[in-house]
Ligand binder design. Structure first.
Ligand code: IMP
Ligand code: MG
Length: 174
């Protein structure tokens, strides 16, 4: 059993996701936008976010594990599921659950930038500053959180707790 305390309530998540969707709708009007969800953590956030975007969009997914085979300036990742859409000439928005050290998202930005996309930007539900090692610009951040291990709304601890409708900090039990 874990002990957890709520850090972002369900209603506050919904309100912020709506704002992010409105900002994206404004910024990408007239563009060819592809949202790429980073599996598994982004699945709930992405599902809610796309329903707040009033533009024709495409959706794809990518899955990576750390310490794999492709190196980039910020570390090493392995793509265990790659994107499938044609990305050349399109505007990519990477949708991530949480940016922590920044290594994963920095590697993915490098990887996708090499595919002749028009632009690659980052949207993260949580921008967690405590352990940042690589400087990354989170273009659209849902919430900035100072510290702690978070679960819920897609975020997991050892693949559990993703299903909670709010975001919690684990206070003991792991
Ligand atoms: P980074 O490369 O250190 O930025 O790693 C980010 C990844 O670590 C995210 O995609 C999450 O899967 C995971 N992660 C980092 N912090 C947390 C957290 O507080 N809760 C759940 N997962 C986390
Ligand atoms: Mg995870």
């Amino acid at each position: 059993m874990i002990e957890k305390e709520e850090v972002v309530a369900r209603n506050d998540i919904a309100a912020r996701v709506k704002e992010l969707g409105q900002a994206i709708t404004r910024d990408y009007a007239g563009r060819r936008l592809v949202l790429i969800g980073i599996l598994n953590g982004s699945f709930i956030f992405l599902a809610d976010l796309v329903r707040e975007i009033e533009l024709p969009i495409e959706i794809d997914f990518i899955r990576v594990s750390s310490y794999g085979s492709s190196t980039c300036s910020s570390g090493t990742i392995q793509c265990t599921k790659d994107t499938e859409l044609e990305l050349a000439g399109k505007d990519i928005l990477l949708v991530e659950d949480i940016v922590d050290t920044g290594r994963t998202i920095a590697c993915l930005k490098d990887l996708l930038s090499s595919r002749k996309a028009e632009s690659v930007k980052i949207c993260a539900l949580i921008d967690k500053k405590e352990r940042r090692e690589v400087e990354v610009v989170v273009d659209y951040a849902g919430f900035v959180v100072a510290e702690g291990f978070l679960v819920g709304y897609g975020l997991d601890h050892a693949e559990h707790h993703r299903q909670y409708p709010a975001i919690y900090k684990i206070v003991s039990g792991v």
